[in-house]
Every structure is written in C-alpha cells, then in structure tokens.
Design a protein around this ligand. Structure first.
Ligand SMILES: Nc1nc2c(ncn2[C@@H]2O[C@H](COP(=O)(O)OP(=O)(O)OP(=O)(O)O)[C@@H](O)[C@H]2O)c(=O)[nH]1
Ligand SMILES: [Mg+2]
Length: 209
C-alpha cells in the first residue's frame, strides 16, 4: 500500500440500517470478528492513524457499521463485533441482521478479514461466520490477532492450529498479526502481519472491476 494513502483515511459514514450504506461505488474490505478481538485497532494500524476507529477495552464498543474511505479509492469497513453476552437480546439480533445482510449481499465487498484471537481455540461463532462467508462465496483472509501476546516459540504451532480450523484447506490465507508490535523487539510474533495484510488488501482492491 503506497505510504501516501495512509494520510488520507477519513471517516465516511456510520450505518445502523441498510439504507445507511454508502453507494457501492468503491471496493470495500470488512473487519469481522468477536467483540474485543481487535478489529478497530487493526484498521487504525493499517492506515497508520491511531484515533480513526474507536478502540476500547470494553467489548461491544463498535455498534454501527462504520465506513472509512482511503485515498478516495477504497473503503475499510469496521463491523460491530459478535458474541458479547451483556448486550440485550433484541439489540443483538438487530446488529446480527445488519451485519449478515452486509456480509452476504454487498456487491462491492472484495475482501473479508475474519479476525480471531490467536490465543483462543476456534470458537463456534467464528466457525459459523466463516461458513456463512464460504456459502456466500465471499473472499476471506483470516487474521490471528494479538500475536504479540504469544511467546515466540508458541507462534508457529498456534498458527498451524488456526490454519487447520479456519484456512478452508489452504484456500484462505491465515496471518498472525499484532496491531501493537514493538518494532524494537524484532522477534515479536505477528510483527510482519500488518504488512502482509496491507498487501492482501492492495491485491484485492486493485483487482476490482
Ligand atoms: N496486545 C494487543 N492488544 C490489542 C491488539 N489489538 C487490539 N488490542 C486491544 O484489545 C482491545 C480491543 O480492541 P478493539 O480494536 O477495540 O477491538 P474490536 O474488535 O474493535 O472490539 P468491538 O468494537 O467491541 O467489537 C483494546 O484494549 C486494544 O488495545 C493487539 O494486536 N495486541
Ligand atoms: Mg471496534
């Protein structure tokens, strides 16, 4: 991703219903995953703008679909997380409808980044979302987040396990990633993930239309 684009990421709009989605005139990359897995942090890190998407220690913070426009040429789309038990049932069902209709019916969606916590074993919710994306023939890359929390010796075996669970037999890339990696510690697991994901995004965005 050219460095110049990093400086031109701007908030575009928030949607709480389908009518609120912007026109599908630009390719979009979505951030999908459980609450608190690190979607908003990764988005900020990819564009090099810390405060762009709201990051919080409290799960369930992102409640709308937030669209960010990058260099006028594509959008990054931060989705509300799923699996947060303390959200009232009615509200949760509403979010799910909104997110699922976005994921399965949005024509301009060129890549879904499915984020999973690299320290957790595969969760039912994540596997269900993956299945849905596969059934709707959506392109997926799996991001194993918070890799900096692993010991360097653990990273390879965690990534193997997650690749088996989420990689769809090698069809989808599975990338270990840290959004907070300290570049002064060159062995931090996931340190190279941000660059790898930037390349995947660039490939998909450039192939659109
Ligand atoms: N150590 C570490 N912490 C991270 C990383 N990514 C995110 N976090 C922390 O995890 C917490 C949640 O991050 P968010 O980016 O807000 O997570 P989210 O998936 O957007 O959460 P919701 O909007 O609630 O769905 C924050 O405290 C972040 O600082 C990472 O790569 N490494
Ligand atoms: Mg968020």
């Amino acid at each position: 991703m050219p460095k110049a684009l990093r400086d031109r990421a701007v908030f575009s709009t928030s949607a709480v219903t389908r009518a609120g989605f912007p026109p599908p005139a630009l390719p979009e990359v979505s951030f999908v995953g459980r609450s608190n897995v690190g979607k908003s942090s990764l988005l900020n890190r990819l564009v090099g703008q810390r405060g762009l998407a709201h990051v919080s220690k409290t799960p369930g913070r992102t409640r709308m679909i937030n669209f960010f426009e990058i260099g006028g040429s594509y959008r990054l789309v931060d989705l509300p997380g799923y699996g947060y038990a303390r959200v009232p049932e009615a509200l949760r069902a509403g979010w799910e409808d909104l997110v699922l209709s976005y994921l399965t019916a949005r024509d301009s969606l060129v890549l879904n980044l499915l984020l999973v916590d690299c320290r957790r074993d595969p969760l039912e919710n994540d596997l269900r979302v993956l299945e849905l994306l596969i059934l709707s023939e959506r392109p997926v890359a799996v991001v194993a987040t918070k890799a900096d929390k692993l010991k360097s010796g653990e990273a390879a075996s965690r990534l193997r396990l997650l690749s088996q669970a989420f990689g769809a037999g090698g069809r989808f890339p599975v990338v270990a990633c840290s959004s907070v990696a300290n570049t002064k510690r060159p062995r931090t697991p996931g340190r190279e993930g941000v660059g790898q994901i930037q390349r995947l995004i660039a490939e998909r965005v450039n192939a659109w239309r």
